[in-house]
Design a protein around this ligand. Structure first.
Ligand SMILES: [Zn+2]
Length: 357
């Protein structure tokens, strides 16, 4: 109820111009760079983790809002401003897409290319090769729609750690509508087990999902292929690396971190024909050693999932972003709200809407 009143007041402020005026004043004083982080742009056909997904109709409304209020800059312009010690223009904003989903190409790109709005896409090179699905989307899709009777290879239960096995079955025993938060927590816990085991878990769940559920519930969202990535590059996108296999970099040996950073860079450079200067940390997970290796691998900028805006003195290897998904742009009835979106962008600090991929 309190929220409803607050949203109604914001809406009135937005309509009479008070909110917009406050926004302009705040940004004139702040002169900071806001970097938006998108993942999926969904048209409802594909299944996957909702906290990294925005519906296409909301995305279009947000792009309209961005075009109206913000000054959208490219990665090249960011580098140029930093090299020359220039201030950011008022309401400077960058648009980024992590994981290079096919949906970001199909549903996200036409809206930006048609209006000459620059964007950056971070690709996982192994996923691009195979047009792969990602493990977090597979786990989400399975746990959202399966029940205890859904057939699954018995070997799956040998890989899954004991404590997670109990929770896995408990979720399958929970009514569908009540599973959301538990699935998210389960995915966070899965992040702590090693990369090899996660991939095996993904393969078993994917097999089961494709056999029993995909016909009715739809396919799982997947990575774009190289052809789509090249098309984006041709249309003005900046391409960056998001590693070879999307491993969490502070949990693997140094030699593997260097391989993930260098091999993805070389592969993209060879395929695209330009130097790859920018990087995004998988799931925003990194430490000071990882930052040093990113720099030593020849990247000029790197993007985190830490929420907030960036001042002129930003450390270019730890750029903060704001995760965009449906809940960020919608009110509690699930409807797009320009006033609320503007308010959230004005007050974007802290970790309230943290990302998961
Ligand atoms: Zn990612």
């Amino acid at each position: 109820m309190k929220k409803k009143v607050f949203y109604a007041i914001l809406e009135v402020f937005y309509r009479v111009g008070i909110l917009r005026f406050a926004f302009f004043v705040q940004n004139a004083l702040r002169a900071s760079l806001m970097v938006l982080m998108f993942h999926r742009v969904s048209d409802g056909k594909n299944v996957g983790l909702p906290s990294i997904s925005i519906r296409k109709e909301n995305y279009i409304k947000l792009v309209n809002l961005l075009q109206q209020f913000f000054n959208i800059v490219s990665h090249d312009e960011l580098l140029q401003m930093q090299t020359q010690g220039e201030n950011f223009p008022a309401r400077a904003t960058m648009i980024t897409f992590d994981d290079a989903y096919e949906e970001a190409y199909q549903n996200g790109a036409p809206e930006l290319i048609g209006r000459s709005i620059p964007a950056t896409v971070f690709a996982v090179t192994d996923a691009i090769d195979k047009q792969a699905v990602f493990w977090w989307d597979v786990v989400y899709a399975f746990l959202q729609y399966a029940n205890l009777a859904t057939p699954i290879e018995s070997k799956f239960y040998e890989i899954l750690p004991e404590n997670l096995k109990v929770e896995f079955n408990a979720i399958l025993n929970t009514p569908f509508m009540e599973r959301g938060v538990r699935i998210n927590t389960f995915i966070e816990r899965l992040k702590k087990i090693s990369g090899g085991a996660i991939n095996e878990i993904k393969e078993y769940l994917l097999l089961s999902y494709n056999t029993s559920l995909s016909k009715e519930k739809g396919p799982i969202a997947r990575s774009m292929n190289l052809e789509s990535l090249l098309e984006l590059k041709k249309n003005g996108y900046t391409v960056g690396s998001h590693t070879v296999t999307h491993q969490f970099l502070n949990e693997i040996p140094e030699s593997d971190i260097r391989m993930e950073l260098r091999r993805s860079k070389q592969k993209l450079e060879k395929a695209i024909g330009t130097s790859i200067d920018t990087f995004a940390y998988p799931a925003g997970i990194y430490n000071s050693d990882v930052v040093r290796m990113v720099k030593e691998s020849g990247y000029l900028t790197a993007f985190t999932t830490q929420m907030g805006c960036n001042s002129k003195n930003v450390n270019l290897l730890e750029i903060k972003r704001i995760n965009i998904w449906d809940d960020f742009v919608c009110d509690n009835r699930g409807k797009f709200s320009a006033s609320l979106t503007l308010w959230r962008l004005m007050t974007a600090t802290g970790k309230r809407f943290h990302a998961r991929a």
